[in-house]
Design a protein around this ligand. Structure first.
Ligand code: ZN
Length: 59
């Protein structure tokens, strides 16, 4: 039974990986202060998550 030697050639692998950085780190505007923040993470500028204060930035 024939078996493929490798899945894809190195150039094809590189073409796929060329888009990695564009897709990762999707940011959404914070619902509290409007600053860009990473999804499902505490906002780095005001320290809230789901409108609830998690990290007190003023203290
Ligand atoms: Zn915020």
């Amino acid at each position: 039974m024939p078996v493929p030697k490798r899945r894809h050639c190195p150039s094809r692998q590189g073409k796929r990986r060329a888009n990695w950085k564009m897709r990762t780190r999707l940011t959404v505007p914070c619902e509290q202060c409007g600053a860009p923040k990473i999804r499902h993470r505490v906002c780095p500028s005001c320290g809230t998550y789901k409108r609830e204060l998690v990290i007190n930035k003023n203290a």
